[in-house]
Design a protein. Sequence first.
Length: 156
Amino acid sequence: MSGDLHPYDGVTRRFRHTDAETAAGLAAVGKLLRWAGPLAGLEYDVSFYSGGVGVLDTLAITFSVGAEGWGPFVRALDAVAVVELVGDEDFLWLVRGDEETVAVAVVEFVNEQRKEFQPVCLGTDRVFFQRWSNVNDWLVLWGDDSRLSYLAYSAG
């Protein structure tokens, strides 16, 4: 895989932790997370498409958090805690269910979108969304002190 995740050639590229050859998938995950180090317990399923209709990415990653903690990932991905987004109409449109509190709606949103290999989002988990997340382009991080999960979608 070249360094460009979106060469606009009309080809879908999908990489999974279960692939026989993982070098390209690991490189893609490193780019997505903006992380060059090893990640313990890494599982992923990432799919990239770019062509005449634009971009369509579906991205799911989970791994054990080491001594580095969440900080480097939250900062690199420009993610913010849900409480910082409660006044953002685009964010509320993305996650809001029928008359639910934002916290409940966020947990339900994550659990509806997550891949089977990713842990269930609990009300006690940390949850961060990338700033400016909306229905066409969003990224969410969730988990606890030992595990971080990443889920993103982009259609544009």
